[in-house]
Design a protein around this ligand. Sequence first.
Ligand code: SF4
Length: 288
Amino acid sequence: MQTIAAKTILTKFSKPSDWFGLDYNMNLYRGCCHGCIYCDSRSDCYGIENFDTIRVKEDCIAMLARELKSKRQKGVVGIGAMSDPYNPFELEHEYTRKALGWIDHFRFGISIVTKSAMIARDAELFAAINQHSPVITKLTITAEDELSKLIEPNVSPSSARFEALATLAKAGIFTGVMLMPMLPFITDTYENIEQIVTRAAESGARFIYPSYGVTLRGNQRQHFYKELDAHFPRLKAQYIQRYGEAYACGTPIYKELRRLFEAKCREHGLLYDMEKIIAAYKYERELW
Ligand code: SF4
């Protein structure tokens, strides 16, 4: 795996982010080989050349240890925003695992998102961090196995992700599902949403956070359309007709899906509101 130079690893937010209450953010890896057809991180605006090639930031673990040690304010560190922290190289190199070790050592919290069942490998580390700081683990799941294989070709099957979720939940970790994106005319069906909510609940999830559509722009939109042509003939024309060049491409049945989703979540006792999710994992830890 190639390395790239980096000056820093941790970025601090001036106040806890509205997005899962993060205090810090970091990416150890650059690029991602999971091949999700809708991936926003490949957009030109982020400037990640050869997005499908994974590189690791040079000296990232030692740099992280130094930066964590120097921070006067503890907080929750977010991982996984621009690159999946459990890519295939992680199995051998364990950069994410080593980073979790330092996060535990310096008594920070962690918020992590992935599409890989490999996250279950680190359940004990999350449990150790959970002894002193907030922990939230998130598995992105957007469709059942067969459909997922078309739109997220290089990630663990959704069924394996539900199993990983169950492992983390059994380890006492506050864990849940990121149901995003919802691809119009592809995954935005009542059956799909109902099935994900039910399986999440059965697996021990505490929350599901949805997005009722997908964002498309520039080169990322072109990539998405190329993949639509390969796997879903005729859908590109439908997207162009409905959304043109719009960035936010919401599902046409937003209201109905949202009603169903929220009713199902309430039925299963799953949180789905961001403020409530943040409060539950970060500020009310002693209550659950
Ligand atoms: S796992 Fe995330 S970063 Fe990687 S290709 Fe898929 S959406 Fe993009």
